[in-house]
Design a protein around this ligand. Structure first.
Ligand code: NDP
Length: 475
């Protein structure tokens, strides 16, 4: 048998791969053709459940290089010194569409970066937008249902989207980005990425700072006009993935400049609004961008399923020096993302090559389906352990975070302003951009009941009177 001979999954040489074993030339196939049975059975099981959101994606490997010293804010080893390089994997995606959907849909784009740091994986699981439609995770499944397919007809229905939005003014800020030119990026290279949530940084002295992460495209921003995007959706639905892959093959390595905004821990208590509200940005004027480093993508995956489909990200992957914040959406995603991967790929998903930390894993977790890595061999599997088992490292302890308040269900709308930041964004758009934005919104309202359109327009008028008036006029 040569190295190029076909085998079954059990390693047996396959003598015939074109003709099934049958009883006579015209006869039925025999169950003893175990090669045929295995081939069909494995084919039936080729798909893992697709992600409910961010199903369609593309990814690549690269390097993050520190260009500026931020060690006064964080002890994270990834930022330890200028010039330090860390391997990364970045998965881009659309959000609402299924795995076969078009890359040029009007939709936010996922921007999920996995840093293989010396202290374990750091995942920044962000989007190409600095904000999100919701601030409370209890609303997330309903919001996504409203954007996805109608349970009766199986197709998308603008009435459902606008009905939901009419009752969710916190979404106006993100909706303004979605319906602006940036709602359809021209591929993945020409858009920014944002960590979106507020995270924590903590330094060697145990001081905590709140932080926002911004990845600014070095290629600049390029967007597709709606008509062109629709045409591409029909002709080349894999447009963005292809563009990324081919650019890297041509050695045109895309880059993003990582910048941060920093808020000292105490300032969060007195800031003008809740700095942990995912529907709001921190104005640059109050918290200017600070340079950190450069992320470059320079290597394509060898196998799409193994490396892109099985790539599993979670905002809970935080090495010492970087921490969570009280952001309610972040807290929920820290549960939901690993939960989704355990369901989708299996309990040992973190041992797969694309997800595995480069610094190694040593713990007391064992077994589980598809344990393929030696299962930590003879090393003991309980603690406290008197025979040299691994022990905790108190030096990795995050400084305590003071939290207080009555357990209750709080309506964030009380004393809250859902309109000003959407209005602020509208006001920085050029005349042409305002024109396209309002035309796009009015276009998606064409088929919905007039009363529902007017409810939404009333919200847009509260952001900026001109914004709402233009939509109304175009409708
Ligand atoms: P600034 O004038 O300092 O910053 C405006 C930001 O808006 C820039 O980062 C720019 O990104 C970005 N921008 C421009 N056009 C669009 C668009 N169509 N969609 C999304 N972002 C766009 O203003 P402020 O910090 O005071 O914020 C004003 C508004 O700008 C906010 O309400 C928010 O909507 C938006 N914005 C703010 C960000 C922040 O972190 N402060 C980040 C991104 C948007 P670029 O430099 O890449 O062109």
């Amino acid at each position: 048998m040569s190295e190029n001979n076909l085998t079954t999954a059990g390693g047996h040489p396959v003598s015939e791969n074109q003709h099934s074993l049958t009883a006579g030339a015209r006869g039925p196939v025999l169950t003893q053709d175990s090669h045929l049975i295995e081939k069909l059975a494995h084919f039936n099981r080729e798909r893992v459940p697709e992600r409910v959101v961010h199903a369609k994606g593309s990814g690549a490997y690269g390097t993050f290089t520190v260009t500026h010293d931020i060690t006064k804010y964080t002890r994270a080893k990834v930022f330890r010194k200028v010039g330090k390089k860390t391997d990364v994997f970045l998965r881009f995606s659309t959000v609402v569409g299924e795995k076969g959907s078009a890359d040029t849909e009007r939709d936010p784009r996922g921007f999920a970066v996995k840093f293989y740091t010396e202290d374990g994986i750091w995942d920044v699981v962000g989007n190409n937008t600095p904000v999100f439609f919701e601030r409370d995770p209890l609303k997330f499944p309903d919001f996504i249902h409203s954007q996805k397919r109608d349970p009766k007809t199986g197709y998308k229905n603008p009435r459902r989207m606008w009905d939901y939005w009419s009752k969710a003014p916190e979404a106006l800020h993100q909706m303004t980005i979605l319906f602006s030119d940036r709602g359809i990026p021209d591929g993945y290279r020409f858009m920014n990425g944002y960590g979106s949530h507020t995270f924590g940084l903590w330094n060697d002295a145990g001081e905590r700072f709140w932080v926002k992460f911004h990845f600014k495209s070095d290629q600049g921003i390029k967007c597709l006009p709606g008509e062109e995007a629709a045409k591409i959706a029909g002709e080349d639905p894999d447009y963005a993935g292809r563009d990324l892959f081919e650019a890297i093959e041509r050695k045109e390595f895309p880059k993003w400049n990582l910048k941060i905004q920093i808020m000292p821990e105490k300032e969060a208590e007195t800031f003008a609004f809740n700095p942990f509200d995912l529907t709001k940005v921190w104005p640059h004027q109050d918290y200017p961008l600070i340079d950190v480093g450069v992320l470059e993508l320079n290597r394509n995956p060898e196998n799409y399923f193994a490396e892109v489909e099985q790539a599993a990200f979670s905002p809970s992957n935080l090495p010492p020096g970087i921490s969570a914040s009280p952001d309610k959406m972040l807290q929920a995603r820290m549960f939901a993302y690993p939960d989704a991967q355990r369901y989708r790929i299996g309990t040992n998903y973190q041992a797969l090559p694309v997800n595995r930390p480069s610094n190694g894993v040593i713990n007391y977790q064992r077994d589980g389906s598809l344990r393929f890595d030696g299962n930590l061999a003879e090393q003991d599997n309980y603690e406290p352990n008197g025979f040299g088992g691994p022990v905790q490292d108190p030096s990795a302890k995050e400084p305590p975070l003071r939290i207080s308040g009555d357990a209750d269900r709080y309506d964030a709308h009380e004393g809250n302003d859902d309109y000003s930041q959407a209005g602020a964004l509208y006001s920085i758009l050029s005349e042409d951009e305002k024109d396209r934005l309002t035309t796009t919104i009015a276009g998606t309202m064409q088929t919905i009941p007039r009363e529902l359109a007017m409810k939404n327009i009333a919200h847009f008028k509260k952001c900026d009177l001109d914004y709402g008036n233009r939509i109304e006029k175009k409708l």
